[in-house]
Design a protein around this ligand. Structure first.
Ligand code: SAH
Ligand code: AVI
Length: 324
């Protein structure tokens, strides 16, 4: 396998004090990226294959239907994907790009070692004209250390991972992407749209219970990382659409009153019914997206959707060159 370049910088959001203080807050939460250890990354792949999780297959259909148009607009020699996961969805786009350009460099950027390994395995056989670069980092903290493109680059942020950011973090992320984009670069963003809440709720409560395992696994990760003693049997998976905020909120809900021993030997009390927020997953309207793009200095060049308008892809350019 190619060497993984680690550009992560030890920062506040990843340290022990921060995690403990999030747990001590009146509204408890855990940083979402802890969902993605080796097992979590594998479970996410399984979620993508469940009947209920419409996001992946819908985005794949849109991508397949419009790949040639996207490539015509972007004409990339480099493809840089944030939160690439296994790169399964991107594979066909890369193959099509290779038919148009002789050599392509694909940068897979992810926090998870397992995801980067899966990405490499997915792509290694495609062509000797494909150079796969694996970069490990946090897309909210390490984006400033990403080198700008040397050749025309297409940035990808798929899967509606943007939905896992609150509004400020989303504006910040999009702004940072706009900042590293050169004039000729493009940015393809995949987002999940507002729809009937029953369909959304089902997607996060699959019958096989894979999302439940994915959610509960965060406790094993935190236990290992910070020597804590969470018992996953004391919690149930709770994922519900919050209509007002237009977001799924995924929690671990305590079924009993119990306590966790903290590293300073203090006991953290968790009441029966108390919830720990592990993830939000926003479902976007056109209005919210337009406001996000405006704040981030991005302009829509083209957009693509499916028949049911469940999911959209936006091809964006940075405004700084369009209207200097
Ligand atoms: N793009 C893929 C995978 C989406 S899952 C798809 O559409 O199917 C989200 C991905 O983002 C995972 O691979 C996870 O490891 C990665 N990720 C989560 N938090 C991250 C962070 N803070 N920085 C970088 N990658 C992160
Ligand atoms: C990666 N992310 C966009 C997924 C989502 O739908 O918010 C993660 C996920 N959580 C539960 N199921 C899938």
């Amino acid at each position: 396998m190619n060497k993984i370049e680690n550009i992560s910088f030890e920062n506040n959001s990843n340290n022990k004090e921060n995690v403990i203080s999030l747990l001590k807050n009146e509204k408890k939460s855990l940083p979402t990226h802890y969902l993605y250890d080796d097992l979590g990354s594998k479970l996410f792949e399984e979620i993508c294959n469940t009947e209920e999780y419409y996001l992946t297959r819908t985005e794949q259909q849109i991508l397949n239907a419009h790949a040639l148009d996207i490539l015509k607009e972007a004409s990339p020699l480099e493809i840089f994907e944030f939160g690439s996961g296994s790169s399964k969805k991107t594979k066909s786009l890369i193959s099509k790009a290779l038919k148009q350009k002789k050599y392509i460099t694909y940068f897979s950027f992810d926090i998870s070692t397992k995801a980067l390994k899966m990405s490499y395995d997915q792509l290694k056989q495609i062509s000797k004209n494909l150079d796969v670069q694996l970069i490990q980092g946090d897309f909210n903290n390490d984006i400033c250390r990403i080198k700008k493109s040397k050749r025309k680059r297409l940035y990808l942020f798929l899967g509606s991972t943007l939905g896992n950011f609150n509004n400020n973090v989303a504006v910040n992320f999009l702004n940072n992407v706009a900042k590293i984009m050169n004039k000729e670069d493009s940015f393809l963003l995949g987002v999940d749209k507002v729809k009937d809440e029953k369909i959304i709720n089902m997607a996060y409560n699959d019958k096989k219970g894979i999302t439940k395992r994915f959610n509960k696994n965060i406790l094993k990760v935190i236990n290992k990382e910070y020597k804590l003693n969470f018992n996953e049997n004391n919690f149930l998976h709770n994922a519900k659409f919050n209509l007002e905020k237009s977001q799924i909120e995924m929690y671990l809900e305590s079924t009993v009153e119990h306590s966790i021993r903290l590293p300073n030997n203090e006991d953290l009390n968790i009441g029966k019914g108390e919830k720990i927020l592990t993830e939000i997953s926003r479902k976007f309207s056109e209005k919210t997206l337009n406001s996000l793009f405006r704040k981030a200095n991005l302009s829509i060049i083209k957009s693509y959707t499916d028949k049911k308008k469940y999911f959209s892809l936006y091809l964006l350019k940075t405004k700084k060159y369009l209207f200097p």
